[in-house]
Design a protein around this ligand. Sequence first.
Ligand SMILES: Cc1cc2nc3c(=O)[nH]c(=O)nc-3n(C[C@H](O)[C@H](O)[C@H](O)COP(=O)(O)OP(=O)(O)OC[C@H]3O[C@@H](n4cnc5c(N)ncnc54)[C@H](O)[C@@H]3O)c2cc1C
Length: 479
Amino acid sequence: MINSINRRTKQTARIVIIGAGPSGIAAATRLLEQGFKNVSILEAEDRIGGRICTVPFGDSVVDKGAQWCHGETGNVVYQLVKDLNVLDRTGDVMKAMNFVRSNKEVLSNENAFILAAAFEGSLPTSPNETNGSLGDHLTNNYWNALSMSPPVDQTIAKEMLETGKKLRCSFTASDNLFEVSKRAHLEFEMSDGEFLLNWKDKGYRSFLKLLMKAKPNAVDDLGLLNGRVRLNKRLAEINYASDIQVKLRCNDGEVLTADHVICTVSLGVLKEQHSQLFVPALPEAKVRAIKGLKMGTVNKFYFEYATQPLPDDWIGANFLWLEKDLDELRGSERFWLESVFGFHRVLHQPRLLQGWIIGEHARYMETLTEEEVLEGLQWLFRKFLPFNMPQPQRFLRTQWNSNPSFRGSYSSRTNYTDELRTGPWDLATPLLDQSGRPKVQFAGEASSNTHFSSVHGAVEAGWREADRLNEYYSSRNKL
Ligand SMILES: Cc1cc2nc3c(=O)[nH]c(=O)nc-3n(C[C@H](O)[C@H](O)[C@H](O)COP(=O)(O)OP(=O)(O)OC[C@H]3O[C@@H](n4cnc5c(N)ncnc54)[C@H](O)[C@@H]3O)c2cc1C
């Protein structure tokens, strides 16, 4: 039996990938392109895509998960599609959003510009400034920057700082910026170029189609992966005790065996399930990474109206809370609305609006009924907007944390991660047998050192693990 495993080749090695999100799809397609023949994916949900989830809504589609391709240089998603005319530049449209206070006062463009510039200019940039939290750094530098700007009302400046922090939390899926590691902020590699590239009216799923080389308009065509993805197959146990093969038990009782497993489930799933999922228990360094990295929550709202409800010169609004209104809100049942930081029009979907909520309140919102959520949001509109909003025809909210296939939105590195001296690199370390053969490998966005939390990070991680196997088989053939 041991001999048979050593005799495996790219033609015969059995590779099972757990999860059909962008990382799993990237790993599978790359392996097939590298000449591996026996590659399959087990996916818990009844669809592929994972946190890329494009659904029909309004006049075309919306993305419940990943929506933007963030940057160009060094972004593998952009590099793959840049000549195909599938992406559209958002430009400065989003920067034209209004800032509106809870007494319906709209900030002048001039004040909004001064405050937004002070906020943006206060983000850490020097590689020597790695200690402490992003929140502390931003707060100190914001007030310093403002002391050198034209005078602005200090009460409004404070409200702006709080809203800016919430907006920033949506980048890191953090509950607050005081938990975010400044080191991680600096080590995250931003890709240069347009930051908000959108997929026109086709959604992020069009990228997956390209990755799989599938027909763009044939819903069920998986291109290279046709016949290789098993949906509704939730893994209950990955038993890697033996050096001969990995045994995989699904929730429905089916048992499969593999020579190599690439696990791409989210950090949230690992946090909740790693102690039951892996037999034997994972090594300490891996558990430390799973504990130490953060899986945060960002959720979206989509509203469909008969016609666009905003005045022509409104792209959207960010909410600034007056202290007394916030105190009142915090004492009410609508306390969760504090973390809805803004909403805006949806590009290529003229009748829609999209809103955002972060952190603990995003998780709380998931426990409410859709009617309660919509009622709360309409109250928020009435509280802030100096015009009336009609009743939407349709409403959709996301619930990424409640879903057992995700348990959150995306990962980040906190001060606690740094304290444990762990990071994505520990998550990415494969489990090897005694001869050095990879038995279980880990991909997924949270395992990317420099692009965690993004689709391009997830894709790179999938490729990294495909390449690891390819190198293993290529170097063995040279022996
Ligand atoms: C609201 C939101 C907005 C976002 N916006 C952006 C954006 O604009 N741009 C961007 O670049 N990124 C964005 N992201 C992040 C991006 O979506 C993720 O980083 C990326 O999709 C992660 O891919 P993945 O393959 O690592 O994981 P996933 O997409 O989570 O794939 C893992 C797969 O594993 C499956 N699975 C889980 N448990 C099991 C099990 N036990 N057995 C079998 N299968 C299992 C899951 O169902 C899932 O399909 C956003 C995410 C969210 C939630």
